[in-house]
Design a protein around this ligand. Structure first.
Ligand SMILES: NC(=O)c1ccc[n+]([C@@H]2O[C@H](COP(=O)([O-])OP(=O)(O)OC[C@H]3O[C@@H](n4cnc5c(N)ncnc54)[C@H](O)[C@@H]3O)[C@@H](O)[C@H]2O)c1
Length: 459
């Protein structure tokens, strides 16, 4: 190992150890957080040359995070708004190649991997093009905007064998790994309901993002943005607030349900629901959008080899006067596991075998003599050991400063370097995006939608 790589390794090791601290958390985390192994040398030769298509909020966020992983270099970007390409040079230097045309970027031989962080309706086309050109792809969630596109992405990945990972960072979180272990250990008994929400209460949270003053047909390639959707005149609102339109985004389900579904599938090992029914409304953000700002959906998860049948409700409310917040509660017969983002708590409530008596109970209506007889009978039937349940609480939180997205990139680059399977492949991606897309289908058609989670097809 060269002095340089050794220093890098020690730096990485030091910061990871500091992050993890001591105690059981440290030993748990070390197993999961990918500490740079001394034998995996980061030399100039195996630097990963990274590009990004779509340099908006997430593009910059993803590139910044990816660059925290040693051995990664940012070499090029494509975007349809000139201001974002200029910003790329401002932030990462004038040497970074920039273009409006993702094909020009992906045709380059000096790029190993690409982040796809465009609006949803472009994910499939750019990911497929990139894999065909031999690049590894980190595709932002939701993997696709249409179910058929998902099958094409899966087929392309299988044919090309390229590394493809969906950008739902939660699946790489140390908290998710720990929660899954605890769930699998049976801590909440038999799962029967999952309830999750991701509520918000502010204009930016409801996707009213800022529009740059220089937005114009000159600075924006609006026609390319439209892709195969209906031709409309230049509209900066559509371009910069694309989430508000069915044509380009996937509404609340594709934007936020998908995070909740991803976490749910990861922890339970589920491949998806068999039926979805959604309802919703446009309550507060009547700014021309054609998607609802409140969505509630019920999902039936059928029994599989790895989990019992259970029901799920998901809710996103952008008009939540309570201030917003998110959680996923896994409710079992013996407790509840409540996930935050990089933290969770488990409340155990295992019932004793003995039913108890005397509370809201007919026992109180018995005569004194009957009460005495009943207690005698009860004590014989339920000895002390059968009267004890388990009521306890435990909490877990990832260390302060922990970033699940960084671990997600570590996993992605590790898959590229070692051939190890990615944490969220294209099939997992479609099984997470699918129920979100079905939610839209159900909402707009006002009817339940049946889904085959195995074949990932509407029935
Ligand atoms: N994993 C997460 O937590 C997370 C969080 C936010 C967003 N996302 C996902 O990231 C993606 C981008 O979201 P965002 O908030 O950054 O949007 P954004 O509008 O801020 O950025 C999108 C960028 O893509 C560019 N673009 C549009 N079409 C393009 C094309 N054909 N070629 C090249 N560039 C193109 C736009 O000019 C814009 O700069 C979405 O799919 C979103 O769901 C993921």
């Amino acid at each position: 190992m060269s002095n340089n790589s050794r220093r890098k390794f020690l730096r990485q090791l030091g910061s990871t150890a500091a992050l993890l601290g001591a105690g059981p958390l440290a030993s748990m985390g070390r197993e999961h957080i990918h500490i740079l192994q001394p034998e995996k040398r980061i030399s100039a030769n195996d630097k990963i040359r990274l590009a990004c298509v779509g340099m908006g909020i997430m593009g910059f966020g993803d590139v910044d995070t990816a660059l925290k992983v040693p051995g990664v270099e940012f070499v090029g970007a494509a975007d349809l708004y000139d201001g974002h390409l200029q910003k790329v040079k401002e932030v990462y230097g004038s040497n970074v190649f920039t273009t409006r045309d993702y094909r020009e970027l992906l045709d380059r031989k000096d790029i190993d991997a690409v982040i796809v962080a465009t609006p949803d309706h472009w994910h499939d086309t750019i990911s497929i093009y990139a894999m065909e050109k031999g690049k590894a792809v980190y595709c932002e969630k939701p993997m696709v905007q249409q179910i058929a596109e998902g099958h094409q992405v899966i087929a392309t990945q299988k044919r090309t064998g390229k590394v493809f990972q969906v950008g739902s960072q939660r699946v790489s979180s140390v908290a998710m790994v720990e929660a899954r272990k605890r769930y699998q250990a049976g801590e909440i008994g038999q799962l029967n309901v999952v309830e999750a929400c991701y509520d918000r209460h502010d204009a930016l949270g409801a996707w009213q993002y800022s529009i740059p003053p220089d937005a114009s047909p000159k600075t924006v390639d609006f026609d390319t943005f439209l892709k195969d959707t209906a031709k409309v005149p230049f509209d900066p609102v559509r371009f910069f607030r694309w989430r508000n339109y069915q044509a380009y985004g996937t509404g609340i389900p594709g934007d936020l349900f998908v995070h909740l579904i991803t976490g749910l599938h990861y922890i339970t090992g589920s491949i998806g629901p068999s039926r979805v029914f959604a309802s919703g409304n446009l309550v507060q953000w009547k700014d021309g959008r054609d998607v609802p700002d409140v969505v509630i959906a019920i999902f039936d998860y059928p029994e599989t080899k790895v989990h019992p049948a259970f029901q799920t409700t998901l809710r996103v409310n952008f008009a939540d006067g309570g201030g917003g917040g998110q959680y996923t509660r896994f409710i079992g017969t013996e407790g509840v596991l409540e996930m935050g983002w990089n933290d969770f708590k488990i409340k155990k409530h295992k019932l004793p075998e003995a039913p108890g008596y005397g509370g809201w109970d007919t026992y109180n209506t018995f005569t004194k003599a009957q009460q005495e007889a009943y207690v005698q009978q009860y004590n014989t039937k339920y000895p002390e050991a059968m009267r004890k349940g388990d009521r306890s609480e435990s909490k877990y939180a990832a260390p302060a400063g922990y970033d699940d997205r960084q671990d997600h990139f570590v996993n992605f680059f590790e898959a590229m370097r070692t051939g190890k399977a990615v944490v969220e492949d294209a099939t997992f991606g479609l099984r997470a995006a699918g129920p979100a897309l079905l939610t839209n289908e159900s909402y707009f058609k006002k009817q339940p939608i049946h889904w085959n989670p195995e074949s990932m097809q509407i029935v």
